[in-house]
Design a protein around this ligand. Structure first.
Ligand SMILES: CSCC[C@H](NC(C)=O)C(=O)O
Ligand SMILES: [Zn+2]
Ligand SMILES: [Zn+2]
Length: 455
């Protein structure tokens, strides 16, 4: 009896051991499989990063060919629009089951800012993957990551058999880094865009050093101001009023007082970066130059300075214009001014270009829900401090949300050694998978509670 019992125990332990080794084997096989597929995903990201699309000579057609080849593997419709020669806009389409419903536009730009190669630890177009999983490349954060994450999310959805109700469009646009005038601006004004019947646009955001993704509902308008002073020239040893330098310095003092007051509100935590008007002097031009240097004993008759000003959509642009003409460049002090760029804070209908972040905007609520479902956390919605292509869509009165899913990542756009960790990149794909699923499945409810789709 005793022997039979121990024999039974022996057999059952063998069965248990076999069961565990089989599960272990299955576990490792599936990990290896997912490791393989994630390495393919990362390798596609590296390929895109390796295409040098830096200004002033971006390889736009190489980037377009790469995107189109990816689109083919996904069975997406593709077309290349060339509003300006040499500047392709690649438009991809994943048709929805109900083409009458407003569509979703996922936008990204293909260009990147130049890099000072010798100041990087890894060459900026090698897309080097280091031991920590960090991928170093210009564009890894701004914003080739987002462009390919959209595509990888679609790949996963397609592989799972998902079919969207709404149509998804993707645009890969040129020239964002130099203003977007020959890219997103022309596209947003086009007949093609009108026919797409877009309901919501997603565009770029910024990395977040903490666990909360940053998300943007508006942006500050760039005003690039040049002020010029003229004045009486004279001997460098003479004290007199109304020299060009003195006239310009009075303006600079006034600008600095304004700047400090705005910055103090940010420092005190009263306002966020995007909620104040920033002004930074970006050049100073004056003096009488000779081949051996500036003349030191001559007060020049002309002096000028340039300022990068960013105006939030919540600011009063008229009062800032008044300040510029009365305090920063008053004609009474022999001053003139011109704008190299002056984007309106209003949309085409004269309203502040803001995308609602409450339940009046279903796309906002859906985004919040989708990020949560994918185990991501959103920070408080912000005003983007600089300019993105999203402004061209908001100007048309469309909702546009700036979002680049990069948490726990230092903000390195336009910086040396820009990188993104591969795990963060993979997590971002899951986030977009969730967003695209929610967005494309959304059916607008009607007053009586039924959905428009049912009617
Ligand atoms: C004014 S067009 C240039 C666009 C650029 N965008 C970013 C994100 O740096 C900027 O705000 O300076
Ligand atoms: Zn960008
Ligand atoms: Zn940029």
């Amino acid at each position: 009896m005793e022997g039979a019992h121990s024999h039974y125990r022996y057999l059952s332990s063998i069965i248990i051991i076999k069961f565990f080794s089989l599960s272990l084997l299955l576990f490792f096989t599936s990990s290896i499989q997912s490791l393989e597929s994630s390495s393919e995903v990362i390798s596609r990201f590296q390929q895109y990063l390796q295409i040098n699309t830096a200004h002033p000579n971006p390889k736009y057609f190489e980037a377009a060919d790469f995107i189109i080849s990816q689109a083919k593997t996904l069975n997406l419709e593709s077309q290349t629009l060339e509003y300006v020669k040499g500047k392709p806009v690649v438009l991809l389409k994943w048709p929805g089951k109900n083409p009458k419903l407003p569509s979703i536009l996922l936008n990204s730009h293909t260009d990147v800012v130049p890099a000072e190669h010798h100041k990087w630890n890894h060459p900026p177009f090698d897309a080097h993957l280091d031991l920590f999983g960090n991928i170093y490349a210009r564009g890894s954060q701004d914003m080739k990551c987002v462009g390919l994450q959209y595509l990888e999310a679609i790949r996963r959805l397609k592989n799972s058999g998902f079919e969207p109700l709404r149509t998804v469009y993707l645009t890969f646009v040129p020239d964002e880094e130099i203003g977007g005038h020959d890219g997103a601006e022309k596209f947003a004004e086009s007949e093609t865009f009108k026919k797409m019947n877009v309901g919501i646009v997603l565009d770029e955001g910024l990395a977040s050093p903490n666990e909360n993704y940053r998300v943007f509902y508006a942006e500050r308008s760039p005003w690039w101001l040049v002020i010029k002073a003229t004045g009486v020239p004279g001997h460098g040893a003479k004290l007199y009023d109304n020299s060009a330098m003195e006239n310009l310095l009075k303006s600079i003092e006034s600008v600095r007082r304004f700047r400090a007051a705005q910055f103090d509100m940010v420092k005190a935590g009263v306002k966020a970066e995007g909620e104040v008007t920033s002004v930074n002097m970006v050049f100073l031009k004056a003096g009488t130059a000779t081949p051996t240097g500036f003349v030191m004993n001559l007060q020049p008759s002309e002096a000028e300075a340039g300022f990068d000003i960013r105006v939030p959509p919540t600011a009063d642009p008229e009062s800032l214009e008044k300040r510029i003409s009365e305090e920063w460049a008053p004609s009474s002090r022999n001053m003139t001014f011109e704008f190299k760029q002056k984007a309106s804070v209003y949309d085409n209908f004269g309203k502040a270009a803001l995308t609602a972040t409450d339940n009046s905007n279903p796309w906002w609520t859906l985004l919040e829900g989708a990020v949560k479902k994918a185990n991501g956390k959103l920070g408080k919605p912000e005003i983007f401090p600089a300019a993105t292509d999203a402004r061209y869509f908001r100007n048309l009165g469309l909702p546009a949300i700036g979002f680049s899913p990069m948490a726990n990542t230092p903000i390195l756009l336009h910086d040396h050694n820009e990188f993104l960790n591969q795990e963060e990149y993979m997590k971002g794909i899951e986030i977009y998978e969730s967003i695209i699923k929610e967005y494309t499945s959304y059916v607008e409810p009607t007053r009586n509670g039924a959905s428009r789709e049912e009617l």
